[in-house]
Ligand binder design. Structure first.
Ligand SMILES: Cc1cc2nc3c(=O)[nH]c(=O)nc-3n(C[C@H](O)[C@H](O)[C@H](O)COP(=O)(O)O)c2cc1C
Length: 175
């Protein structure tokens, strides 16, 4: 893949909030998780676990944790969790790197899914307490994001990216 193709992949990834009924195979779900598996992590701790709801009842439980109509259209979900105990903590200030590591892995999933023609959306605004209860998530794991995943519905294409001008996000040299 050249840099143009990578930029195109990053451009093609967008927050998909409408999915078709087309099912996603277990093989394809494993394939996108393999991209997370390759993600870097601080001290290579790999402090992540991906919960994939296994039946309609479990998928319904995810829907109940995020109060938006559109999420009901997603055929599958990946619940990305981090282990604060396993993650690297920086010696100088104790900073816990769980969120950093799991976020990189999640974005690998989103990009791999895009390459496979699938849509995804980061969802962090969920009811964490309810999600914990519904999936019996142990205390040592923190649910970080729900990733709905599926084929985008017809006509649901890349919405133009709203981004700050590049000049605003680069600071050459010191303050
Ligand atoms: C950490 C994080 C949390 C997010 N949480 C939500 C969410 O709870 N619900 C939602 O609809 N979108 C959520 N998003 C998606 C953002 O709104 C979206 O990425 C942003 O508006 C840019 O649009 P794009 O992804 O289409 O490029 C989240 C994104 C990130 C990175």
């Amino acid at each position: 893949m050249n840099s143009h193709e990578f930029k195109q992949l990053a451009t093609n990834r967008y927050s998909c909030r409408s999915y078709s009924d087309q099912p996603v195979t277990r093989e394809l779900l494993i394939e996108v998780i393999e991209a997370a598996h390759l993600a870097p992590s601080a001290c290579n701790k790999q402090p992540w676990l991906f919960i994939i709801p296994n039946n309609d009842q479990e998928r319904q439980a995810v829907v109940e944790c995020y109060n938006r109509e559109w999420i009901k259209t997603a055929p599958e979900f990946i619940i990305a969790c981090g282990s604060n105990n396993e993650a690297w903590h920086r010696a100088s200030d104790g900073k816990d790197h769980t969120d950093v590591d799991v976020s990189i892995a999640i974005e690998h999933i989103c990009l791999a899914a895009t390459a496979a023609g699938l849509g995804t959306c980061w969802v962090c605004n969920f009811d964490v307490k309810l999600l914990r209860t519904r999936f019996n998530i142990p205390d040592e794991l923190t649910p970080i994001a729900i990733i709905p995943i599926g084929y985008p519905s017809e006509g649901n294409n890349i919405i133009s990216k709203k981004r700050k001008p590049i000049s605003e996000i680069i600071k050459w040299g010191k303050f």
